[in-house]
Design a protein around this ligand. Sequence first.
Ligand SMILES: Cc1cc2nc3c(=O)[nH]c(=O)nc-3n(C[C@H](O)[C@H](O)[C@H](O)COP(=O)(O)OP(=O)(O)OC[C@H]3O[C@@H](n4cnc5c(N)ncnc54)[C@H](O)[C@@H]3O)c2cc1C
Length: 288
Amino acid sequence: MRAYVPSYQLLSPGSLAEALDILTQNESWKPFAGGTDLMVLLEAGKLPHKNYVNVWGLNELRGIEITKDKITLGALTTYSEVRANKILRDEFPMLCQAAKETGGVAIQNRGTLGGNIVNASPAADSPPALLAYDAELQLVSKRGNRTIPYFSFHSGYKQIDLRPDELLGAICLPRTTEPLTHYYRKVGARKAQAISKVCFAAVGRAINNHSERVRIALGSVAPIPLRCVRTESLINDRPLDAGTIAAAKQMLANEIVPIDDLRSTNAYRSRVAVNLLEDFLTQLENQR
Ligand SMILES: Cc1cc2nc3c(=O)[nH]c(=O)nc-3n(C[C@H](O)[C@H](O)[C@H](O)COP(=O)(O)OP(=O)(O)OC[C@H]3O[C@@H](n4cnc5c(N)ncnc54)[C@H](O)[C@@H]3O)c2cc1C
């Protein structure tokens, strides 16, 4: 166990333009936001690079903007800020639940949504909620900005659609007036301060005994935070009956690829994932 932080360089630019200049000039510079993932790795001697651009002070990456159609969260939005926002609590309760169950108070005050996304851990807690809410990401660089569906951001274990000269600028959540069932469960070894064994997020609604707008995403069951589109397509626009529920459970078991690791087993993760799906669909049925 190392008990010291190896030497590193940290530049603190005064503006987003200055930060993007540094990232464009030399690929060895990496963004540093709250540092709650990076400092752990750095202290453990697990980071190959030692040059950081401190983005924490950049106001351009802060704030929660609310318009009629969407909510835009600056990449530096902390879990505490998510939890404190009433509109997010009313309209995106799964994201607030994820924030509430992430780390402890210190991590919630310092850890950012942007850092959670770019760190790309398959066990992270906000990605399943963001996937189920169909979030979009705004990526910024000197070459211009681009907006992509979050669904397309993760392509493999720790492989993401972010170029070395880009920063994640913001996360956009589309608003809806439709009443939806929101179902979020983090399953860990403890109720707090635990890394997920399985994380399940789903939204949808049932009308005339048919399911609609169902979107399902899971964490800790694949190399990436996984949107389960094949399971969704078995559920959407179908009668919400025992046959559909059984077929959906079977499909989910095929769609996820959990592993055995020190936190859990493939068998446990699979069983829990399908049980949570059944619980979600039962709630959907009861709320119609
Ligand atoms: C004790 C402890 C408990 C934790 N508990 C949980 C938990 O329960 N659930 C969970 O999901 N996570 C947990 N974490 C992990 C961590 O706190 C989160 O992933 C957090 O959101 C990371 O945000 P950050 O701002 O600190 O990221 P940083 O550590 O600053 O950065 C993480 C990565 O993102 C990149 N990055 C950051 N911001 C940007 C940006 N705007 N654009 C481009 N790249 C960027 C960095 O270069 C780095 O690669 C825990 C960590 C600790 C130490």
